[in-house]
Design a protein around this ligand. Structure first.
Ligand SMILES: [Mg+2]
Length: 316
C-alpha cells in the first residue's frame, strides 16, 4: 500500500471495508481509483483513501485568532479608524462621534471600510485607509511560538481569511513570525464588495483556493458571527477563540434584543449563541495546550480534524 494512503476498518470475513464518516474512497487496483463515493458506502477488497482527498483544510481568521485580542493591537487599529474618520468623513468632528457612528454600522457589516462606504463616506482612498489604520504591526505584534507550534502541528492546507486587506494581513503575519505557515492569505481586497460573515465571501475563498468540500474545513475564529455562517451555510468545523470579541458580540446581541432590532434579531434563534460551535478555546490564545483544553465539546469531528495538535499536547 502506498504510504500516503490510509486504510480504515477492513472486514475481510465479510469481504467488505468500511470507511469512516465523510471520507472519499477508492478501490485498490480498480481503474476507478480516485473516484469519490459517498459516506457509508461499501466496496470489495482493500480500500485506500488518497491523502489529498481526505485531508482537512484549516482556515484561520487573523485578528483575535492568530494573536490574542487582549494584546491591544486590534483596539489601537480601531482608535486609528476613529481618527481617520474625523479627518476624512464629513460631519464627523470628534473621536467620540466617530465611535458612535461606527458602532452601529460595524455591527451590521462586520468590516469598517464597508461600514463607512454604506454610510456614504467615499471621499477617501482605500489604500490610504488601510495603510493608516493598520500601520504599526511591526511595533505591536511579536512572534508567539506556542501559536506557531499549533499551526505547524496541523497537516493540510492552511489559509488566512480576514476582513483586513491582504497586504496589511501579510505584514501582520511577518510580525507574528507566521508568514511561512500558510498556503494563502485571502483578505478584503480579494473579497471585493463582500466580507465575512457573508456567505459570498466564503464562496470566494473556496473558489480562490479550490476548496471543494467545505465540510472538511476547520475554521478558527474569534467572531461568532463569522462562525455562524461557516456552520450554517457550509457545515465547516467551527472553533471559537473565546475572548473580549465574544463578550462584545454577546453584549451587542443583548442590546439588540432590548431594542428589538430586526436585523440582528434574525440571528437570535437559540438561547446559547455558542451552541453550534464544535470547540471553544478559552483564554483568547490559540495554542496546542489551549486547544487540548477546549471546553464545551469538542465534537468528534473537531477532535479528528485536529488530532495532530492533540497528539502534540499528549506528548508535552
Ligand atoms: Mg477576528
Amino acid at each position: 500500500m502506498c504510504v500516503r494512503c490510509k486504510v480504515w476498518q477492513v472486514d475481510e470475513r465479510r469481504g467488505y471495508f468500511f470507511v469512516n464518516a465523510s471520507s472519499f474512497v477508492a478501490v485498490v487496483g480498480d481503474a476507478s481509483l480516485g473516484v469519490a463515493r459517498r459516506r457509508g458506502e461499501r466496496g470489495r477488497r482493500t480500500v485506500v483513501m488518497k491523502e489529498e482527498e481526505t485531508a482537512w483544510t484549516y482556515v484561520f481568521d487573523l485578528d483575535g485568532t492568530l494573536y490574542p485580542i487582549a494584546n491591544g493591537y486590534e483596539r489601537a487599529c480601531r482608535t486609528r479608524v476613529f481618527e481617520f474618520m474625523v479627518k476624512h468623513c464629513p460631519g464627523v468632528e470628534t473621536v467620540e462621534e466617530a465611535r458612535s457612528v461606527w458602532s452601529g454600522a460595524f455591527r451590521r457589516y462586520n468590516q469598517t471600510l464597508r461600514a463607512l462606504r454604506s454610510l456614504g463616506f467615499d471621499g477617501f482612498d482605500e489604500e490610504e485607509y488601510w495603510a493608516y489604520t493598520r500601520s504599526d504591526a511591526k511595533e505591536a505584534l511579536a512572534p508567539v511560538e506556542s501559536t506557531r507550534a499549533f499551526v505547524e502541528s496541523l497537516r493540510g492546507k492552511k489559509y488566512v481569511f480576514t476582513n483586513c486587506h491582504e497586504k496589511q494581513a501579510k505584514e501582520a503575519l511577518v510580525a507574528l513570525g507566521l508568514s511561512d505557515c500558510f498556503d494563502g492569505v485571502f483578505g478584503a481586497g480579494d473579497m471585493g464588495a463582500v466580507c465575512k460573515p457573508e456567505p459570498a465571501a466564503f464562496d470566494a475563498l473556496f473558489s480562490r483556493f479550490d476548496v471543494r468540500d467545505p465540510s472538511r474545513c476547520v475554521f478558527f475564529e474569534d467572531s461568532l458571527k463569522n462562525l455562524r455562517t461557516a456552520n450554517r451555510s457550509f457545515d465547516m468545523v467551527t472553533v471559537l477563540i473565546a475572548s473580549d470579541t465574544l463578550t462584545e458580540e454577546i453584549d451587542a446581541r443583548a442590546a439588540s434584543r432590548r431594542l428589538n432590532a430586526a436585523a440582528d434579531a434574525a440571528d437570535d434563534d437559540d438561547d446559547d449563541p455558542t451552541a453550534f460551535v464544535d470547540a471553544i478555546v478559552r483564554g483568547g490564545e490559540l495554542t496546542i495546550e489551549s486547544f487540548s483544553r477546549a471546553s464545551f465539546k469538542p465534537t468528534e469531528r473537531a477532535v479528528e480534524a485536529c488530532a495532530d495538535a492533540l497528539r502534540g499536547a499528549s506528548c508535552t
